[in-house]
Design a binder for this molecule. Sequence first.
Ligand SMILES: *[C@@H]1O[C@H](CO)[C@@H](O)[C@H](O)[C@H]1NC(C)=O
Ligand SMILES: *[C@@H]1O[C@H](CO)[C@@H](O)[C@H](O)[C@H]1NC(C)=O
Ligand SMILES: *[C@@H]1O[C@H](CO)[C@@H](O)[C@H](O)[C@H]1NC(C)=O
Length: 193
Amino acid sequence: MTTLTRELKPLLLFLVTITSSTLLPVQSDNTNHVYSPCADTTVQVSDGFTLSIAFSSSKAFFFNSTLQLSPCDSRLSLTSQNSQISVFRPKVDEISLLTINTSSFSPGDYGGYMVAFTGRKYAARSLPAFVANSTYTVTSFTLVLEFKKGRLQNLYWKRDGCAQCSGNSKFVCLNNQDCAIGTSSCIKNGGSV
Ligand SMILES: *[C@@H]1O[C@H](CO)[C@@H](O)[C@H](O)[C@H]1NC(C)=O
Ligand SMILES: *[C@@H]1O[C@H](CO)[C@@H](O)[C@H](O)[C@H]1NC(C)=O
Ligand SMILES: *[C@@H]1O[C@H](CO)[C@@H](O)[C@H](O)[C@H]1NC(C)=O
């Protein structure tokens, strides 16, 4: 457990699993030349795939308070709000560990929620997930991407419960689904984690 917490700091960890029921056959390495997170693409095995995570308040991801839109949708005007975007490029059919260095970035300063997203016409976005507020910071997440015929069909946060951190006094379990540490113990806020 100590080893685990040592590895966790000072990073947000994203375990990304990409599954593909019927991917197109492999022709060559990295055939996907779409790098914008707001453009559409199809992928095959071993392609890179552009994926983004937007950080903002939970309500910033909803249009007119009710309709959740992709952060690429200009109706949300995320860019004019307090938000931050990270772009990643994991590979299809691999499990990727993505990280965000939080020693200089506090998700709580940007609303504390995040949405993973990609694509425009075939836009996929996750539900907003709680990352941090002034009290708690969740440090690891599992994101699942499901492809069908090379096109992304589904993207969601997989909740593993709190077995990982049960019994570790540094962590608390939020809503029976997320292991979180005290935000005051984060390095950015003068703590040690
Ligand atoms: C926003 O929601 C309100 C009430 O649900 C509705 O009357 C209004 O037409 C909506 N506005 C837009 C631009 O969709
Ligand atoms: C995180 O960022 C800090 C400051 O920018 C840097 O010193 C540190 O090495 C980085 N950690 C990792 C794991 O990249
Ligand atoms: C932070 O989030 C936790 C879990 O959602 C909640 O219980 C707590 O009241 C929040 N604290 C603040 C200061 O918003």
